[in-house]
Design a protein around this ligand. Structure first.
Ligand code: UDX
Length: 445
């Protein structure tokens, strides 16, 4: 099939490349000339495992091309995917300026049998808006489908190639058939292709992310309860997870969720509800619990240093909002770094992929370290934000030798409290009692 992918951000690039890989002709269109030039040269603007190889392979085969010429891309394609950015506006709603502009610009170039498909996460009703706008501009009905994406950063290729399900919102069964054919190479018998109304498809994306965010905020709140009541959230998590109605997935406590989807989608859903005169109590609570959770490491550090971190050298491991990405959008690490800098501490940071993005934000206010171990040199404490694999089994003796203080604030529960004590560290984690060296016990403080 001939496909135009409008917008070569994260979602557009992954989707377009994977469709090319299954034998389709895909032209990726973007207004950013620099980006298109880089992509033509095989340079990938984002970090996503496996993507680079796939882009190069499909570009070489001629199935994947890049252009800034929207008219050309649209006029020679049957399926037009819209994957332009829909950033949050000030009130939390999605800003559809770019999407609206693309719809107007592409309209005159659509072929008679074109199917327009939204891939960007857009407010419920956007499909209907595009349908009506095209009808107004062209004087005829154009097929407009919704096809939400469920990709996880860091696992996007795998998620696309082996989706749990594919959801499409359509007005006509024939359109569902076309999209089904497009996805057939990626679907196994136990992975359904679900056709529904455009509104339901648009809602599905928000509801999925809202529920996943709810699980995280829920377990984080329970973790904070455990901590105050002397329990261990890891044990509680195991205790509840074996109940099959509950399960284990997405119930890991931490320093809060970040990234480009959860925070934005929870707020956008709440904003849509409010616009309808509804009171989205659960979404508001999920967001507010998450904002609070981003400060839990800060609070622990503040308490430990009795409110004064001036001049303290704090090693920070992990800056990305999660492992296997360089994305720092809404990352909990930002909350910690802001606090440390505002209070006169000196952060010494390490991340396997996200340091450059952090440097673009903080410049030379931070000490950037090549290795996790280097970040510990002379440090008064270590704070962990992201559970990169490389942090799971460090050489604790080496750490002790390098550090000035003997304390770890672990926002991802990477280690066992009792073990840490044996290794000679005071250890604070999430939802578990702290393990304190004698020198740090409250009575001696
Ligand atoms: C998410 C959805 O998973 C994906 O389906 C959707 O399309 C986009 O949003 P992503 O933002 O890439 O994907 O990351 P994900 O792996 O889902 O993690 C999101 C955040 O939740 C991270 O900050 C992570 O640390 C946090 N998280 C996840 C927890 O704190 N605990 C958990 O148990 C799981």
């Amino acid at each position: 099939m001939k496909i135009a992918m409008i917008g070569t951000g994260y979602v557009g690039l992954v989707t377009g490349t994977c469709f090319a890989d299954s034998g389709n002709d895909v032209v990726c269109v973007d207004i950013d000339e620099e980006k298109i030039a880089a992509l033509k040269a095989g340079e990938i603007p984002i970090y996503e495992p496996g993507l680079s190889e796939l882009v190069v392979r499909n570009s070489e085969s001629g199935r994947l091309t890049f252009t800034t010429d929207l008219a050309d891309g649209v006029s020679r394609s049957q399926i037009i995917y819209l994957a332009v950015g829909t950033p949050p506006a000030a009130d939390g709603s999605a800003d559809l300026t770019a999407l609206r502009a693309v719809v107007d610009q592409m309209a005159p170039h659509l072929t008679d049998d074109a199917v327009v498909v939204t891939k960007s996460t857009v407010p419920v009703g956007t499909n209907q808006f595009i349908f009506e706008r095209l009808q107004e501009l062209l004087g005829r009905e154009v097929d407009v489908a919704s096809n939400p994406e469920f990709l996880k950063e860091g696992a996007a290729i795998d998620d696309f190639m082996k989706p749990d399900r594919v959801v499409v919102g359509v007005r006509r069964a024939e359109v569902a058939e076309i999209l089904n054919e497009l996805y057939r190479p990626f679907l196994r018998t136990d992975r359904p292709f679900l056709a529904m109304s455009p509104q339901s498809a648009e809602l599905t994306k928000y509801v999925a992310n809202a529920l996943l965010s709810t699980k995280i905020s829920f377990i984080n709140e329970m973790a904070n309860l455990c901590e105050q009541m002397g329990g261990d959230i890891n044990d509680v998590r195991r205790g509840i997870g074996h109940d099959q109605r509950i399960g284990f997935a997405f119930l890991f406590p931490g320093v809060g969720y970040g990234g480009s989807c959860f925070p934005k989608d929870v707020r956008a859903l709440a904003s849509m509800a409010r616009d309808l005169g509804l009171d989205p109590r659960i979404m508001d609570a999920v967001d507010s619990v998450n904002q609070h959770q981003k400060t839990v490491l800060v609070d622990k550090i503040k308490n430990y240093f009795e409110g004064d971190v001036t001049g303290k050298r704090i090693a920070v491991w992990g800056l990305a909002f999660k492992p296997r990405t360089d994305d720092i959008r809404e990352a909990p690490a930002l909350t910690l770094l802001d606090y440390l800098l505002e209070n006169g501490a000196q952060p010494q940071v390490h991340d396997p992929e996200a340091s450059e993005n952090i440097r673009a934000r903080y410049g030379n206010k931070l000490v950037y370290c090549e290795s996790a171990m280097d970040a510990l040199n002379g440090a008064d404490a270590l704070a962990i934000n992201t559970e990169w694999k490389a942090y799971h089994n460090p050489d604790f003796d080496d750490m002790k030798n390098r550090m000035n203080g003997r304390v770890i604030f672990d926002g991802r529960n990477l280690y066992e409290p009792e073990q840490m004590l044996k290794k000679g560290f005071s250890y604070y984690s999430i939802g578990r009692p702290p393990a304190l060296l004698e020198a740090n016990l409250p009575s001696r403080a």
